[in-house]
Structures are given as structure tokens and as C-alpha cells.
Design a protein around this ligand. Structure first.
Ligand code: C2O
Ligand code: CU
Ligand code: CU
Length: 517
């Protein structure tokens, strides 16, 4: 067992929180902390999803029967990887994608004995797959039939801010709205959609609201390869089959359930018979995936923002923090069945949590295939010019016992998200460099809306390194005390969010607002 010692960051202490007081509180924290094993009943609070009723502080006394979690043996495993249901295009006009999405409660029988009420788009876990082409006009009407306000955010797509599902533009329960945008040329890639309401994202995603959005190019250099989609999500169920509440540990570290699903299935069997292009989404709330694909040649060909300029052969696991995507080409070298695994990755979790372990995600049934040669150039990246503006962000964690959900505050530049406050301004089309400093002992990632960025440098322990490869990203991981510099240009006016995509941290306010003028 590993104990994390909480480091109180004095420089980042929010005003009004005296240092002595903070240390006194730390003690209290440590005491409660020892009582709280990961996902244990002691850590569960019946109403912890509803912040308005929540006053956990460090007081571990329960006011409701704690939740027991379902044994992992309860769900069937080894079924064939499900194909994702496609969202039907209701328009027959060339270059137009029109469809309807409804966020609604749905009861799904996971086993003959267990029925789970999810919140799902069109009743599907994950939501229906959207596939459109560059240049398409998209018009999607969303009906909100869940009991709270929601939005749909089109994660990674370069679309106007007033169509991007900002928390300021909520669809009230029982209402509808139509999102309309045109997908820019040159933006083929692997995107997704999920809710982005104010303080409700963690719950809505945990209950099942998320789906994929693939943008295709008519000139795709890898078009001849067969494709698979692997959409990873996390599911935490009580022994009654209900979606479990977040424990205090979930709020601190990001929620992790006992089940990791691929396309909605637990530990499915994935058949790969020839060189295959695989699109991968880490749509887990807090879980980091460190994917190991044995007995295959694995090439990284794309990231969040579509194809990379050049393919890169991978010889170590592929780390994807929450919300990151990748496109791989995998070529089986030997026939047979092997495990698809996530190799234990220590992301510096807080609290009394067990060490990270390798976990089995599924089974790969491989058929030996002849090696392939990928095109040496997959795409030309237009390089941004010299940066003429610089911004710096600092991530910190502080404790405030007045706060619910374990007293943790996750801050950007010493502040938590405020819907009314503009934190930063950018001039439209100006090339900027942003330096993000993770001044904390836990991994966090950085995601920004409205633009894709390239990485200029990674800096740890005073050592600056260029990125391992060139790629367009919208989400990037930061190790503890790592500093990352990115180059970015916002090309549309309006309000944009940036945040940690560990959804619990985002929901707790690790988010800022950028106004582009
Ligand atoms: Cu995937 Cu602001 O989010
Ligand atoms: Cu986003
Ligand atoms: Cu975070």
C-alpha cells in the first residue's frame, strides 16, 4: 500500500485560507484518509453526485447506507466487439448531415438479473456513431429528456463557439435545440461528443452520455485499410446494478469503475485478421489507459487532430489520458489469442489507494498478416508562424475544509471556474505560445476548445525536450511538475473553455474561460 502525502501549496493558497489553519486541516485530512480505501464503502456517500446536498468535508460519518460494488465476475465477458450503432443521416442532400439525438434515461439489462438505468443518447451505450465528411453541413437537433440541463460539446471539432455546447448555453430539461455547423476542410479526424453543462458533466458522463464523431476526408491515404473503432469508457456499478455514486477518492483522482468497456462491452473479443486501422478514444472520466497490443506491429498514424505528418512505429505502450484519441495501424505478426491490456501507470493519485496494476481490457484474436509499408507522408501540416503572444497557466491543488467532496480544490492560476469571469483573451488569428505548468504531485491534462495545437517543448526537472513527434492535439497530459509549451491559434471569435479533462477535476472547477476577439 502506498500513502500519498498531501503537499500543501502555499503560493497557490486561495485568499482567506491561512497557512496554519491549512496545516491543521491537513492532519484531519490524513486521519480520514487512512479510513478510506479506494472505492470502499467508507468513501461512498449516497448523494455525493448532487453537490447542493453535499457536505462531505472530511467527515466520514455516513448518513446513508454505503454502496457495495458489483463483483466483476457478474458481467459476461468475451463477446465479440460490438459495432457501434450509426447515427442515421436524415438528409439526402449531398454534403449535409442531419440527425436527431435524444439524451434520455434508458434501462438496459446487463445480465438476466441486473437492470441498469443509464442516461444515453438515443438509448445507446455508447451514443450512436456520427460519421461525416470534411466540408459537410451538420445540423443535429438534441432533445434533452434527462432530469437536468445539459449541452452537447463536439470535442475537438473546429466550430463556432455558440454551437460548441458551452456551459453558458444549456438546454433545460425537457427542451430541445439544434446545433448547426460546417466541418472545415482539412479537419478529418477522430472526435467525440459529450455533455458540458455547468457542474453536471461528471454525473452525465458517468451515467453514459458520450459518443464518437468521425470526420472523413475524400483523400485519405489510409482509405484502403479496414477500420475498427475502440471506444473506451468506464462503468462503476453497485451490487444492485445501479450506476454508483462518486466516492471521495473518485472526486480527488477522477472516477474509475470496476469495469472498463470497449464499445459498451466488458472485455470483448476483438478479431484482427489483417493490417487494420484502429481509432481509439479514451472516453473514461478519470482513467488513464496505457495500451499494450502484443504480437503486432503497431504504428501511430493519428492523434486528436487527425493524421500525423509521418507514421511512428511504437515499441512501448500507448498512453492516453482522458479524452485523448489515437489512430493506429496494427499488423498481427503471429496468429493466436493474446490479451489487450492497460499497463499500470502511476499518475500520483491522492489518498490511500492501491498501486496501479496491469488490467485486462479484452482479448485479441490475431491472424498472422504480412508486414506493410505505410506511406512515409500521411499529411502536410501547415506550420504556424512565430508566436507574438504568450500565456501561462499553472495547475495547483489546495485543500479547503469548507468545500464538499473531500475538500479538494483544483485550480488554474489560483482560481476555480467561474461562468461569469473571462480569464484570458486572445486576438483572433494571432499565433500564441501557452506554457502550462502542472505545479502538483498528480498528473493532470490540458484540453482547449476551438483550436488544435502543436507541442513546442516538455520540461521536467529543468530539462527541456522537444516532443517525440509532430502531431495536432486538443488534449495533452502533464506529469507532476511538468511544464509544456504549445503553439496555438484561435480562428473564430467567442468564448472557449480550457480545462483538465479528468472529468471530476473539470466539474470541481479546474477550468478557465478564454475570450477570442
Ligand atoms: Cu471534452 Cu471541454 O471537453
Ligand atoms: Cu472539448
Ligand atoms: Cu486534473
Amino acid at each position: 500500500m502506498k500513502r500519498r502525502i498531501f503537499l500543501f501549496n502555499i503560493t497557490a493558497a486561495i485568499s482567506g485560507l491561512a497557512v496554519t489553519k491549512a496545516f491543521a486541516k491537513m492532519d484531519h485530512f490524513s486521519m480520514s484518509d487512512t479510513m478510506c480505501a479506494i472505492n470502499s464503502d467508507e468513501c461512498q456517500k449516497g448523494d455525493s453526485m448532487h453537490h447542493e446536498h453535499m457536505n462531505m468535508n472530511m467527515n466520514m460519518s455516513n448518513n446513508k447506507t454505503p454502496q457495495k460494488l458489483l463483483a466483476t465476475s457478474a458481467l459476461p465477458q468475451g463477446q465479440d466487439l460490438p459495432e457501434l450503432t450509426r447515427l442515421k443521416n436524415t438528409s439526402d442532400k449531398q454534403g449535409t448531415f442531419e440527425a436527431n439525438l435524444e439524451a434520455k434515461p434508458v434501462k438496459i439489462k446487463l445480465t438476466p438479473e441486473l437492470t441498469t438505468e443509464f442516461w444515453a443518447y438515443n438509448g445507446n451505450i455508447p451514443g450512436p456513431a456520427i460519421e461525416a465528411f470534411e466540408g459537410d453541413k451538420v445540423k443535429i437537433t438534441v432533445k434533452n429528456s434527462i432530469p437536468q440541463a445539459t449541452t452537447v460539446h463536439w470535442h475537438g471539432l473546429l466550430i463556432p463557439s455558440n454551437q460548441d455546447g458551452n456551459p453558458q448555453d444549456e438546454i433545460p430539461a425537457g427542451s430541445s435545440r439544434t446545433y448547426e455547423f460546417t466541418i472545415p476542410e482539412g479537419n478529418a479526424g477522430t472526435y467525440w461528443y459529450h455533455p458540458h453543462g455547468h457542474e453536471t458533466v461528471a454525473e452525465q458522463v458517468a451515467r453514459g452520455l458520450a459518443g464518437i464523431f468521425i470526420v472523413r476526408s475524400k483523400k485519405d491515404p489510409l482509405a484502403s485499410l479496414p477500420e475498427q473503432n475502440w471506444f473506451f469508457s468506464d462503468l462503476k456499478l453497485t451490487d444492485k446494478g445501479e450506476i454508483a455514486d462518486n466516492s471521495m477518492v473518485d472526486w480527488m483522482n477522477g472516477r474509475e469503475g470496476q469495469f472498463v468497456l470497449i464499445n459498451g462491452a466488458y472485455r470483448p473479443k476483438i478479431t484482427v485478421k489483417s493490417a487494420t486501422r484502429v481509432r481509439i478514444w479514451n472516453a473514461c472520466s478519470g482513467r488513464y489507459l496505457n495500451l499494450s497490443i502484443p504480437n503486432c506491429d503497431v504504428y501511430l498514424v493519428g492523434t486528436d487532430g487527425g493524421l500525423m505528418p509521418k507514421p511512428v512505429q511504437l515499441n512501448s505502450p500507448l498512453l492516453l489520458s482522458p479524452a485523448e484519441r489515437a489512430e493506429l495501424v496494427i499488423v498481427p505478426k503471429h496468429s493466436g489469442t493474446v490479451y489487450l491490456q492497460s499497463i499500470g501507470y502511476d499518475r500520483g493519485k491522492m489518498g490511500n489507494v492501491p498501486p496501479e496494476q496491469d488490467i485486462i481490457l479484452g482479448e485479441l484474436a490475431l491472424t498472422e498478416s504480412s508486414p506493410i509499408t505505410l506511406p512515409s507522408t500521411l499529411r502536410e501540416l501547415t506550420k504556424l508562424g512565430h508566436a507574438t503572444a504568450h500565456k501561462t497557466l499553472e495547475y495547483t491543488e489546495v485543500m479547503d475544509m469548507k468545500e464538499p467532496r473531500g475538500g479538494m480544490l483544483f485550480l488554474i492560476n489560483g482560481k476555480r471556474h467561474d461562468m461569469q469571469r473571462i480569464d484570458l483573451e486572445s486576438k483572433i488569428h494571432e499565433v500564441e505560445e501557452w506554457t502550462i505548468f502542472n505545479n502538483s504531485h498528480m498528473d493532470h491534462n490540458f484540453h482547449i476548445h476551438g483550436a488544435q495545437f502543436t507541442t513546442v517543448s516538455h520540461e521536467v526537472d529543468g530539462k527541456k525536450n522537444p516532443p517525440k513527434y509532430e502531431a495536432l492535439k486538443d488534449t495533452i497530459n502533464l506529469r507532476p511538475y511538468e511544464k509544456i509549451t504549445i503553439k496555438i491559434q484561435q480562428n473564430m471569435p467567442g468564448l472557449r473553455m480550457y480545462h483538465c479533462h479528468i472529468i471530476e477535476h473539470e466539474t470541481l472547477g479546474m477550468m478557465g474561460q478564454l475570450m477570442v476577439k
